[in-house]
Design a protein around this ligand. Structure first.
Ligand SMILES: NC(=O)CCC(=O)C(=O)O
Length: 300
């Protein structure tokens, strides 16, 4: 599905579309103007083995040729609720899943945000980790999910929490990273804005029963941060949890640019990152923040 506002049209090579200029910095293009983004809303089912899903996703990424940035959802290799698979399927960032995605990014000739996977770190701890690959297939940035979902179960029990908010200055704008449950914590997004984020990338494996929260919070983060929000969710059902679908691109005014349905689909839109500075200039609420207010007295 494509945004009616932008359409997907014939896919040209990056930098060849009207209204977009291309400079070079350190061997990578610096893009200005319209930026093409594809969110791949994958269906994750129990019966698809990891290796087959990785192959299928690599082909889907390659098929988005012409996109400047492709985004995948949270934990698509294993399933966001397939807790019993995580320890056995966890990989380092030098293992087959990231290698396959690097090859796909190279063939794509664009940036690939890999959603997330269960990372086995060098200290053997597990993290829910996003990897951003550049058009050469090299790792440009990683982000470990800071807020673990599950209260006393699931992520809260099985994986370690990331500690570091991450932004990355991509050629088309500064990306701010978050994963799924992080969406509920506005203070993280303030930190990302303070570090320059203009495009917030939020892969998710969000259950259908809370889809109303997903839609509302994506728009809220866009309005309060005056930033683009790319929310890429999973579809399908695994471990008896029906996933939300409804991946969305929201603009810095809070308007939904495009929204997917409930099933697997690719959402392709063109955005103009210069809109972020325009909205922040014309309606400068971020300047009215009161950062020096006294801390509340301890309760009780
Ligand atoms: N995988 C997740 O982080 C799920 C988050 C969720 O279901 C919620 O915040 O609601």
């Amino acid at each position: 599905m494509s945004s009616p506002a932008t359409g997907s049209g014939a896919l040209g090579q990056p930098g060849t579309r009207p209204g977009r200029s291309r400079l070079t910095s350190g061997g990578l293009a610096v893009l200005r103007g319209s930026v093409r983004i594809s969110l791949i809303q994958l269906a994750v089912h129990d019966d698809e083995p990891l290796s087959e899903r990785v192959r299928r996703v690599g082909d889907l990424v390659r098929a988005q040729r012409g996109a400047d940035l492709v985004v995948l959802p949270e934990l698509w290799p294993h399933g966001a609720f397939a807790y019993q698979r995580w320890a056995t399927e966890a990989e380092t960032l030098d293992d087959p899943t990231v290698h396959a995605m690097s090859a796909a990014a190279r063939d794509l000739g664009g940036w690939l945000h890999t959603g997330s996977l269960i990372e086995r770190a060098s200290d053997l701890q597990l993290y829910n980790c996003s990897v951003l690959l550049d058009p050469h297939g090299d790792i440009a940035a990683t982000y470990r999910k800071i807020h673990r979902f599950g209260f006393t179960e699931g992520e809260a029990k099985l994986i370690s929490a990331g500690e570091e908010p991450v932004t990355y200055p991509a050629p088309f704008g500064t990306l701010g990273f978050a994963i799924c449950y992080d969406l509920r914590f506005p203070e993280l997004f303030r930190l990302l804005v303070d570090r320059g984020a203009e495009i917030l990338v939020i892969p998710a494996g969000w259950p259908a029963r809370r889809v109303a929260h997903w839609r509302l919070l994506l728009q809220a983060r866009a309005v309060e941060c005056q930033a683009y929000v790319l929310g890429c969710a999973t579809a399908g059902e695994h471990c008896e949890v029906r996933m939300s679908g409804h991946s969305m691109v929201v603009d810095p005014w809070g308007e939904i640019v495009a929204e997917a349905g409930e099933d697997e689909e690719v959402l392709t839109v063109e955005i103009d990152p210069a809109r972020v500075a325009e909205v922040r200039r014309d309606f400068p609420v971020l300047r009215d923040r009161r950062l020096g207010l006294p801390a509340p007295a301890p309760r009780g």
